[in-house]
Design a protein around this ligand. Structure first.
Ligand SMILES: N[C@@H](Cc1c[nH]cn1)C(=O)NCC(=O)O
Length: 417
């Protein structure tokens, strides 16, 4: 009894440390947008250079993240969390103290190399300490604190207004949050050494075989397809095009369009753990995933085909953005064994990074080709059709997953009690 209670305390301590580390990392991830204007005014950076500082984050991960996932399985979540948090800190410091654009870009590259593998290692840590019970709630909490980091970076010009006289202090604040993430990772690793997770596989010395990648079950491949389609649509739309779409098609000014977009983040902070808790409580995952995936095409249809209040589509996207991640990652931990969890997520994120880049390029190309803009709001229709089709395919994959692996017995089969 006492041992169960102390295991639970340790698991929640690990969850709190991982969440604190996620906060720091997501803060650094979103730290470029708020200083973009200062970088242009004070350092003469072009739009392309500012864009590259974020693009260079995903570019190497189209390949490297799979290696990262394999390394997590091989060397363990704790060691890889510390290593990658250290790489992220170096990247953030290089970015903040860069004498030139090239060094700043190198800093963002280093940060990208560390941050995505860090994401896998931290998910693996939570999956191992909460193997079975409460895994979705715990993962939802860490994701929510990560989203709070993104939201804080967006709010930093208001919260740290005096730092925003010059491009460097805001990036030093970002480096300080990377240092906090590194400290949290070190404490977590110390705890993991003394109290290994009950669900942790022994670090493996087995040689990696490429053909092992094909040995995941059918349900995993549906999940991978959903991950690519859903994240590509939601991130390309919400992070890149939605603000100008709201301005040009629905007549919002920049502040109102930005706020409408920001509410989705804020909602996710509260709703992601709440949905995770609900799934754990009902012990059902796949039906919730299918419901969340279905809300995305519905929201896009409301936006593109009706004149209903923008609040309706914002609420639908907000629920989808909270529900799908809250279920997708815990469900992955139930579909694949703990010894292959890192590799499974790595493979999903390889395809996801390629999909997000591809969706951004296709949507931009469709808008340019149709001359979309304030004078021609109809020019956004091909982009909305593209996003609509991709999100319907995503929802179809979620439905197929539900049919193939979402029955009650299967979902609970991997529970240890
Ligand atoms: N591979 C990451 C990509 C990401 C998404 N938002 C920020 N980075 C991922 O899928 N993370 C899980 C998440 O939902 O944030």
């Amino acid at each position: 009894m006492t041992s169960t209670r102390s295991n639970t305390t340790i698991a929640w301590l690990v969850c709190a440390l991982v969440a604190a580390a996620q906060f720091g990392n997501y803060y650094v991830y979103d730290s470029i947008g708020p200083v973009a204007d200062l970088l242009q005014q004070q350092r003469g950076f072009s739009d392309t250079q500012v864009g590259l500082l974020n693009a260079i984050y995903s570019l190497p991960n189209v390949v490297l993240i799979l290696v990262g996932g394999i390394l997590v399985d091989r060397f363990g979540a704790a060691r890889m969390t510390v290593l990658t948090a250290g790489v992220c800190l170096l990247g953030a410091l290089l970015t903040a103290f860069s004498p030139s654009f090239e060094v700043m870009a190198a800093g963002r590259l280093l940060f990208g190399i560390g941050a995505e593998t860090f994401g896998i290692a931290t998910m693996a840590a939570v999956a191992q300490y909460f193997a079975g019970a409460q895994v979705a709630f715990a993962m939802g909490l860490t994701l929510a604190i990560g989203r709070l980091g993104s939201f804080s970076a967006d709010m930093s010009p208001t919260w740290f207004a005096s730092a925003y006289q010059n491009w460097q202090p805001p990036l030093m604040i970002a480096a300080a949050s990377a240092a906090t993430a590194f400290a949290a990772a070190l404490v977590y690793a110390g705890i993991a050494r003394r109290h290994p997770a009950p669900g942790a596989p022994a670090p493996s010395a087995e040689r990696f075989e490429w053909r092992d990648l094909l040995h995941f079950g059918r349900a995993y491949w549906y999940l991978l397809a959903l991950c690519v389609l859903w994240y590509s649509v939601i991130l390309a739309f919400r992070s890149t095009f939605s603000i100008k779409y709201f301005q040009h098609v629905h007549g919002l000014d920049l502040a109102a369009a930005g706020a409408m977009n920001g509410y989705v983040y804020l909602a996710a902070v509260f709703a992601t753990p709440a949905f995770g808790w609900l799934c754990d409580r009902l012990r059902r995952y796949a039906p919730f995933l299918a419901f969340g995936a279905l809300l995305l095409p519905l929201a896009l249809a409301v936006l593109a085909l009706t004149h209903w209040s923008l609040w309706i589509s914002t609420v639908l996207i907000g629920i989808s953005y909270s529900l799908v991640p809250a279920v997708m990652w815990p469900l992955t931990s139930k579909l694949v064994g703990p010894e292959r969890f890192g590799t499974a997520i790595g493979l999903m994120w390889v395809a996801q990074n390629a999909g997000i880049s591809g969706a951004n390029l296709v949507a931009g190309w469709l808008n340019d080709r149709a001359a979309a803009g304030p004078q021609n709001p109809a020019g956004y229709e091909p982009m909305m059709l593209f996003f609509g089709v991709a999100s319907v395919l995503g929802a179809a994959c979620a439905a197929a997953l539900w049919l193939s692996a979402g029955d009650k017995e299967h979902e609970q089969a991997r529970r240890p009690h």
